[in-house]
Structure formats: structure tokens, C-alpha cells
Design a binder for this molecule. Structure first.
Ligand SMILES: Nc1ncnc2c1ncn2[C@@H]1O[C@H](COP(=O)(O)OP(=O)(O)O)[C@@H](O)[C@H]1O
Ligand SMILES: [Mg+2]
Length: 253
């Protein structure tokens, strides 16, 4: 569905080390791809390039079918007059990504309103989007400060789903959650994927919860993908010492 070819990203001039140093990665339809690696290995930079928030120094991102302009920007009107966007992203910190002064209803409806949908129509869809992420409609009139951390991340997912993306990029979206809430969130993502057929790129520096969730995995280190494969076999038998060490740092080995 989308292919990143030989991506390099340098901040500053060479010989500064590249944040992303020649990564090629493809994500298929309906696939959950989990990208792991220690902090600073280039995961977020790669994700930002994928969604079009950042330009690569070298290489290119190809969508199939091709997307005009940035894939992140919504364009055109999809089925039933609802605007759509091929890719949406959810970030680690909902307190930075959700406007604290807005009600949940406004937050979820905003991507639709920005695309020209009437506010009343967008609000009418917001309740259904909340239900999709298993939250009660009663939250529509609350503000983020009146919600738990797990609820805030579900609200961020509901907002991302408003534009019915083909790919959801989740960058450390569960890293600030406790393990039980993280497990619930990953189950929700699996259910949403089952219902919608979207693909998921899930980025994390923790391997604890990816068992049974990931289809394929890539291990990133110092700007490169040092190991990639089917998740079940990679988790069972990592071939690099680095991946082994990452696994050993988690609960199971
Ligand atoms: N906007 C930026 N300007 C300069 N350096 C950056 C910028 N964004 C990321 N970097 C650097 O790129 C490297 C990779 O960062 P990042 O992609 O955030 O890694 P990760 O998400 O794996 O923790 C780090 O060394 C980081 O300091
Ligand atoms: Mg990051």
C-alpha cells in the first residue's frame, strides 16, 4: 500500500550522523507493522516522513495508488460526501495533541469541519466515532482534562478515524499508559482494523505488548532497520544481538 524507498534524513550538514540512514520499508493492506528500537533510533523521524510532516533528504515515499501532494492532508470527498485522508497519526502525549480548551465533540469533529463539512453534520458523526473507540457518548461535552489518559488516547484515535484513513500511524501512543490500559488499547486497534481493513504502523520502544498484535516487525537502530521479519518468528528467534537485548529487557524472552 505504501513504500518508503532508501529514505535518508539529515538534520544539519554532513558529516552529522543521519537521523534516518537509508531505510526501505513497505506496509501492506490490512497489515500491522510494529517498529521498535531504542529512543533516538529514528522511529519518529521515519514516521513523520511517511505521513508527509517532514521531507526526506533522500529517497521517496510511494503510495499505491499514488496520492497527490502530502498524503497527510485530507483531500477530495469520499463515500457519502465524507472527506477522507489516506493516513492519520496518533502521538504519544494527548495533552499536547488535544486542545485542552475544546470539548471532545469539537476535537473529534475538527478534521471534518476543516474539510468543509457543516459543523452540525460533523458533530452528529462525533458520537458514532466515540462509540467506535468504545467510549460513551456522554464524553462528547467534556474537556480532555476531565478524561483519563486512556480515554484521551481513544479520543485521539476517534479523531484520526474521522477521515477514514487507510493507514493509522501510532507513535508511542501507549507508552505513557499503564500496562492494562495499553493492552486494552491494542485490542481496540485490532478490532478497528478488523472492522475497517486499515493498516497500522505501531511505533514503540517497548516490546512487552506486541505479541499477538504485530504481523511484521522492524527493529531500528541508529537510523537503520537492522532486522525485519514476521513478528512471531522475530520474537521467538531474533537474529541480531541488539534485538535479543531489546527482547531480554521485556517480560518474556
Ligand atoms: N527536528 C529535529 N532537529 C534536529 N534533530 C532531530 C530532529 N528530530 C529528531 N532529531 C534527531 O534525530 C534522531 C532520531 O530522533 P527520533 O526520530 O525522534 O528517534 P526516536 O523516535 O526513535 O526516539 C535523534 O538523534 C534526534 O535528536
Ligand atoms: Mg520517537
Amino acid at each position: 500500500m505504501v513504500e518508503m524507498a532508501h529514505i535518508v534524513k539529515r538534520f544539519g550538514q554532513p558529516p552529522a550522523a543521519a537521523a534516518v540512514d537509508g531505510v526501505s520499508l513497505a506496509i501492506r493492506e490490512r497489515e500491522t507493522y510494529v517498529l521498535v528500537g531504542e529512543s533516538g533510533s529514528g522511529k519518529s523521524t521515519l514516521a513523520r516522513i511517511l505521513v508527509g510532516l517532514e521531507r526526506p533528504s533522500e529517497g521517496e515515499v510511494r503510495w499505491f495508488p499514488p496520492q497527490p501532494g502530502s498524503a497527510f492532508a485530507a483531500h477530495g470527498h469520499g463515500k457519502g460526501g465524507v472527506p477522507s485522508s489516506p493516513v492519520q497519526m496518533v502521538f504519544q502525549n494527548p495533552d499536547r495533541s488535544l486542545n485542552p480548551y475544546w470539548r471532545v465533540q469539537n476535537i473529534i469533529a475538527e478534521p471534518l469541519v476543516l474539510q468543509g463539512m457543516a459543523r452540525r453534520e460533523a458533530y452528529a458523526l462525533a458520537g458514532g466515532l466515540l462509540e467506535q473507540v468504545r467510549l460513551p457518548r456522554g464524553l462528547l461535552l467534556r474537556r480532555p482534562s476531565e478524561c483519563s489518559g486512556g480515554q484521551k488516547q481513544r479520543i485521539a484515535v476517534a479523531r484520526a478515524l474521522a477521515l477514514r484513513p487507510r493507514l493509522l500511524v501510532a507513535d508511542e501512543m501507549t507508552s505513557a499508559l499503564d500496562p492494562a490500559t495499553e493492552a486494552d488499547m491494542m485490542q481496540l486497534l485490532m478490532d478497528l482494523q478488523w472492522d475497517s481493513g486499515m493498516s497500522i504502523l505501531f511505533i514503540t520502544h517497548r516490546l512487552d505488548a506486541v505479541h499477538g498484535f504485530a504481523d511484521r516487525m522492524g527493529v531500528m537502530r541508529q537510523g537503520r532497520i537492522v532486522e525485519e521479519g514476521e513478528a512471531a518468528s522475530l520474537l521467538r528467534q531474533p537474529s541480531t544481538a541488539y534485538a535479543k537485548a531489546l527482547l531480554a529487557a521485556c517480560q518474556y524472552t
